[in-house]
Design a protein around this ligand. Structure first.
Ligand code: ATP
Length: 239
């Protein structure tokens, strides 16, 4: 089948003042894939996602989304183009209800009359959210907040979904459930870039992976191969 390129990052360099956080990062995502970016604390995973979604500037390099260069396109406009971002720490609106948070996720939709169908599809994936529709988001459990953050991003019907450490701070059983839903979202046709410190979980659902170390991509390949790679096992899979 013909693979359409969803995202291409070429020689990306990001600095924070004098800190060279991303060093010539290259990566590609084809339509329909789950690609994961793994790496230790501070490796540059979040910076990569934030550069892609227009939240931080980059000094040099090219980021192409669906074949178009993105330089200077602000984050909110990328949502209209089909890029959804679930940020690190979830960033839900604590003083708004579950429904209100979801509603805000739909701001970019032109087909407002179809937004109702989106709630149904999100509640099907996350029945917990439906039970808690009118609850203030700040009172949800960590796992429920992560579900809400993902649901909110899905309200924009993204073609590419960027997920920043969905496992953060959650019990293994909850993480397992969330990763199953991520797989389901992908099977529904959404391409996914998943940033994770939990390499085991990430590799278990991804098609391909990239490994970041202090701002450099040091390895990439099929997720299956990386899972069986001795160096990766030692460094990232707790073996
Ligand atoms: P984590 O998993 O801990 O979030 P990460 O792999 O996502 O780590 P980044 O958050 O992208 O890593 O950080 C990469 C490097 O850039 C780190 O050394 C970090 O200290 C630095 N950095 C990130 N944001 C800033 C900032 N706003 N100002 C200065 N340095 C920053």
């Amino acid at each position: 089948k013909g693979m359409r390129q969803m995202l291409k990052v070429k020689n990306l360099n990001v600095y924070y003042g004098g800190i060279h956080a991303l060093k010539n990062v290259n990566l590609e995502i084809n339509q329909g894939e789950i690609v994961t970016l793994i790496g230790a604390n501070g490796a540059g995973k979040t910076s990569t996602l934030r550069a892609i979604s227009g939240l931080i500037p980059y000094k040099s390099g090219i980021i192409q989304f669906k074949g178009k260069a993105l330089k200077g396109v602000p984050a909110y406009k990328l949502v209209y183009e089909g890029m959804g971002h679930v940020p690190e720490g979830r960033k839900i609106f604590a003083n708004l209800t579950v429904m209100e948070n979801l509603e805000l996720g739909a701001y970019s939709r032109k087909d407002k009359h179809k937004v109702k169908e989106e709630y149904a599809s999100i509640f099907e994936k996350f029945p917990r959210l439906e039970e808690r529709k009118l609850q203030l988001a700040g009172t949800l459990s960590g796992g429920e907040q992560q579900m809400l953050a993902i649901g909110r991003a899905l309200m924009s019907k993204p073609e590419l979904l960027l997920l920043d450490e969905p496992s953060m701070g959650l019990a293994p059983i909850i993480v397992k459930g969330i990763f199953e839903i991520i797989k389901e979202i992908n099977q529904g046709g959404t391409t996914i870039l998943l940033v994770e410190q939990n390499a085991n979980m990430a590799l278990s659902i991804a098609h391909r992976a990239y490994v970041l170390e202090t701002g450099n991509i040091v390895t990439s390949g099929a997720a299956k191969d990386l899972m069986n790679n001795e160096d990766i096992k030692k460094a990232y899979l707790g073996e």
